[in-house]
Write a protein that binds this ligand. Structure first.
Ligand code: PEP
Ligand code: MG
Length: 593
């Protein structure tokens, strides 16, 4: 075996989803890393529930193998063929095989939980292969373990992942990094991450940006090229991963990292400077938060409030959903940390790629089995179907609102009827809390809607009659308008918020809000990209909410802007039908405005 330092430097390409340079040792997250719990199934209902869980995990594993199979075609040379064979072999093992029958038998006859059944059957079959004389067949034991690990990981998805002991500046490497896993990353220890799957607008990417962790996703040959302990450079700007860098490469990137830190320190000086254009228009800059602990980052970045608190992350990495009191404690902490600045709390947006183990049984029925989860029971649709879950969350929000200004935001709204329904629920809960003697604010907080579905944007006039404010979610708006999965790296190159259809929907919604004199904020990822700032200001937007680390750069851009110029230029942009030309116009605008 070659010594690590003798191994040649290799460069892998993916999509850079969070800028910056990270340098450190790799830690490869293997499938089935978690220790599986074992417990008896006492009743037939419990047996049936675990059989259902197993089927879902098997289906998910099959889906993943299909995605990896098509991704493997882009690997260089014979690697594509070899990987193809391997993935086909794995898929065959999950195709009504002896292995799968063994999993089911252990649940029904042995009456043990699905995780324990998978673990025991994998160990049994793998041992059987290893005892055979034929070295080719004996090697199949590894395949069985890998496939079993995949099923196990899917069964345990969302349960608190454990990365084990990590060295400082670790770079996590995996087939896929789930939003729940990103929520577990401590930016004091983890320096960055890289994965084979995932797109720039998925929630793993969003989390990377909000934690300020450089990340590259969609690197096809990552797992065949990197082992735990290899030194990696993640260049989140160029979408590059350099494995075992030569000393001169390391030096070059260390210099870039130092320059980046200097620039950050310079930008930090803008913290207390107002976000005002050259001609004196004020723009409210707020932060998007995923975890309560990030409120401090928002304050440190000089945010004027929280424009979007994604509460679903509070439901991840735990065995059961937080109850009303637990949610109240977490929300109150954010409201108090923001010290009088408005906090926009979005109700649960679970479904699509965002799943939470703690809501497992509920999601199993409504979400896990959906033909197309992004179009199924997601977000407000789930909340309205699960009154207990929704009411606990709304009560926690109403109580937290006693500690500072709060706004309530509803995800994935399509009709005014949904807003009306929530208002009625809020009123009922308000009275109930009053009877209980809970401490409440003077009035029910403003109720806003996310404009993130094309239908909602086109019906923005009607929604403006029932909502108190709009928050434009350009991430989902782009996904649903262009029919492109935001988390799928295979179509990532087609995902483009600069598509004229998306821009027209944004313009339409902003104008509907302004006509109705409603506050309107943009809180999708374009809000944190300085390239879009002049266009959004030109379209009439005066509130932007973004990952805290993006705030200083956007503020810097605003301070150089002239509003009249931005308006003129935005008009020109809106007349162009080609996204390439629009991008060129925006670059131009950057130079001029
Ligand atoms: C959006 O869709 O733009 C948005 C802000 O919400 P999320 O990214 O959480 O779906
Ligand atoms: Mg959204």
């Amino acid at each position: 075996m070659q010594d690590r330092q003798d191994r040649p430097e290799t460069t892998l390409q993916g999509a850079g989803v969070a800028a910056g340079v990270a340098i450190g040792p790799a830690r490869v997250i293997e499938s089935g890393l978690l220790a599986a719990p074992e417990y008896p199934l006492e009743s037939q209902t419990a047996v049936d529930a675990d059989l259902d869980r197993l089927e879902r995990a098997l289906n998910q594993s099959r889906r993943q193998l299909r995605t990896l199979r098509s991704k493997s075609k882009s690997l260089p040379g014979t690697a594509a063929e070899e990987m193809g064979y391997l993935l086909d072999a794995h898929a065959a093992m999950l195709d009504e095989s002896r292995l799968v029958r063994g999993f089911r038998d252990r649940i029904t006859k042995g009456r043990i939980n699905a995780e324990a059944a998978v673990q025991a059957e994998v160990a049994h079959v793998a041992r059987g292969f290893e005892q055979l004389d034929d070295p080719y067949i004996a090697a199949r034991a590894t395949d069985v373990r890998e496939v079993g690990g995949r099923v196990l990981r899917n069964l345990m998805e969302g349960q608190a992942p454990s990365f084990g002991e990590l060295a400082p500046d670790t770079i996590l490497v995996a087939e896929e990094i789930t939003p729940a896993e990103t929520a577990q990353m401590d930016p004091e220890i983890v320096a960055g991450f890289a994965a084979v799957l995932g797109g720039a607008e998925g929630h793993a990417a969003i989390m990377a940006r909000s934690l300020g962790l450089p990340a590259v996703l969609g690197a096809a040959d990552l797992l065949t090229s990197v082992s735990t302990g290899d030194i990696l450079i993640v260049d989140g700007h160029a979408g590059r991963i350099i494995v075992n860098p030569r000393p001169e490469t390391l030096r070059r990137y260390s210099d870039r990292q130092a320059a980046q830190r200097r620039e950050e320190r310079k930008l930090a000086r803008l913290r207390d400077v107002p976000a005002v254009t050259g001609d004196g228009s004020h723009v409210t800059l707020m932060a998007n938060l995923e975890l309560a602990r990030d409120a401090e980052l928002a304050m440190a970045a000089g945010a004027e409030g929280v424009g979007l608190l994604r509460t679903e992350f509070m439901f991840m990495n735990r065995d059961r959903p937080p109850n009303e009191d637990e949610q109240y404690d977490m929300l109150r902490k954010v409201v108090e940390t923001m010290d009088g600045r408005p906090v926009t709390i979005r109700t649960l947006d679970i479904g699509g790629e965002k799943l939470a183990y703690s809501l497992g049984s509920m999601l199993g029925d409504h979400v896990g089995d959906a033909v197309n989860p992004a179009l199924g029971v997601r977000a407000i649709r789930l909340s309205l179907r699960e009154p207990k879950l929704f009411e606990a969350q709304l009560c926690a929000i109403l109580r937290a609102a006693a500690h500072g200004p709060v706004r309530i935001l509803l995800p994935m709204i399509t009709t005014p009827g949904e807003v009306k329904q929530v208002r009625e629920i809020l009123l009922r809960l308000w009275r109930r809390l009053k009877r209980r003697g809970a401490k409440l604010p003077d009035a029910i907080p403003p109720l806003g809607v996310m404009i993130e579905i094309p239908g909602a944007a086109l019906a923005a006039d009607a929604l403006a009659q029932s909502a108190d404010f709009f928050a434009i979610g350009s991430n989902d708006l782009t996904m649903y308008t262009l029919a492109i999965d935001r988390a799928d790296e295979q179509v990532a190159h087609l995902y483009n918020p600069l598509h004229p259809a998306v821009l027209r929907l944004i313009e339409f919604s902003v104008h509907a809000a302004l006509r109705a004199r409603l506050p309107v904020c943009v809180c999708g990822e374009i809000a944190g990209d300085p390239k879009f700032t002049a266009l959004l200001i030109g379209l009439g937007v005066r509130e932007l909410s973004m990952a805290a680390p993006a705030l200083p750069r956007v503020k810097q851009r605003i301070r150089k802007l002239d509003t009249a110029n931005a308006v003129r230029r935005a008009r020109m942009v809106m007349e162009v039908a080609d996204s390439g030309r629009i991008a060129a116009l925006l670059d131009d605008l950057d130079g001029l405005a």
